[in-house]
Design a protein around this ligand. Structure first.
Ligand SMILES: [Zn+2]
Ligand SMILES: [Zn+2]
Length: 271
């Protein structure tokens, strides 16, 4: 099969590689759409993302949808041609996090497109069958590939125990911030403030239901949100940037007794 293989920063080569073989509990998925995540861009530009470093050539990509091409002998419930999305992280199922049901925190996670595990910028990918989900008919493959980042936003609303009566601030209007915004709105929240430093992203936030957008380049977001809330702040603050500055702002914007949800990955652990 064809695959896009990253060798080093700015060096991706289209190559013929072996089509993955599936285990009895897996399915083979013919890839139809893959999102480009911020982490893919980090690997492409710098050869690393967070603590992960590209040492061997790797196929990137983890936000993926496709069609069932082959079914392992132990797998039930799928037929060839089924349109599916894949949950891209495969936990060990044995550590304390897995056993407590919070398998997204697994210490031994195997994640597509994260060294040393190959990802989905290729024609076929093997996936554990219980991490593969059928897509509704009305969803396109491109939309299906956004289910993984959308689930990050949905998870943030759950961790923040967000209900319709909450007021919410979202710091960052990149794809993750915008998907979190839609998840927050779907919970019935009517007051959502969104900050970013790019006007075109804030335009999207407006279109997707932000009550007020703040360009942090032009205006101090903390002061503006305090003005909007009579000095109280918002019940929940979602951080979707991963910068020291927005990390600090969460504490200043959150209301007394409120909740802070950190999605962003910080370059250092102190702020
Ligand atoms: Zn991602
Ligand atoms: Zn585990």
């Amino acid at each position: 099969m064809k695959a896009a293989v990253l060798y080093k920063p700015y060096d991706i080569r289209l190559e013929d590689v072996e089509t993955p073989r599936i285990r009895a509990d897996q399915v083979l998925v013919r890839v139809r759409a893959v999102g480009i995540c911020g982490s893919d861009v980090h690997y492409y530009r710098t050869g690393r993302a967070g603590v992960y470093v590209v040492k061997e050539p790797i196929i990137l990509g983890h936000e993926c949808s496709g069609e069932i091409a082959e079914i392992g002998s132990d797998v039930e419930g799928f037929k060839p041609g089924d349109r599916v999305v894949i949950e891209p992280g495969f936990p060990c199922r044995r550590c304390s996090y897995c056993k407590s049901g919070r398998y997204n925190l697994c210490e031994n996670m195997q994640f597509y497109g994260t060294p040393p595990v190959n990802g989905a910028f290729c024609e076929y990918i093997a996936a554990d069958a219980d991490f593969v989900y059928k897509m509704p008919e009305n969803l396109t493959f491109e939309e299906g590939s956004m289910i993984e980042p959308l689930s990050v936003g949905i998870h943030a609303t759950r961790r923040g125990h967000i209900t319709a009566e909450d007021t919410v601030t979202i710091l960052g209007a990149g794809p993750i911030g915008l998907l979190a915004l839609q998840a927050v709105r779907a919970r019935g929240v009517t007051t959502v403030y969104v900050t970013d430093i790019q006007d075109y992203l804030l335009e999207h936030a407006k279109r997707l239901g932000a009550s007020e957008t703040i360009n942090a380049r032009r205006e101090d977001p903390v002061r503006r949100i305090m003005e909007l809330t009579d000095g109280k702040g918002t019940d929940v603050v979602i951080e979707a940037v991963g910068s020291v500055e927005t990390g600090r702002q969460t504490f200043e914007i959150v209301k007394r007794g409120g909740r802070i949800v950190i999605i962003g990955v910080f370059p250092k652990t102190e702020f």
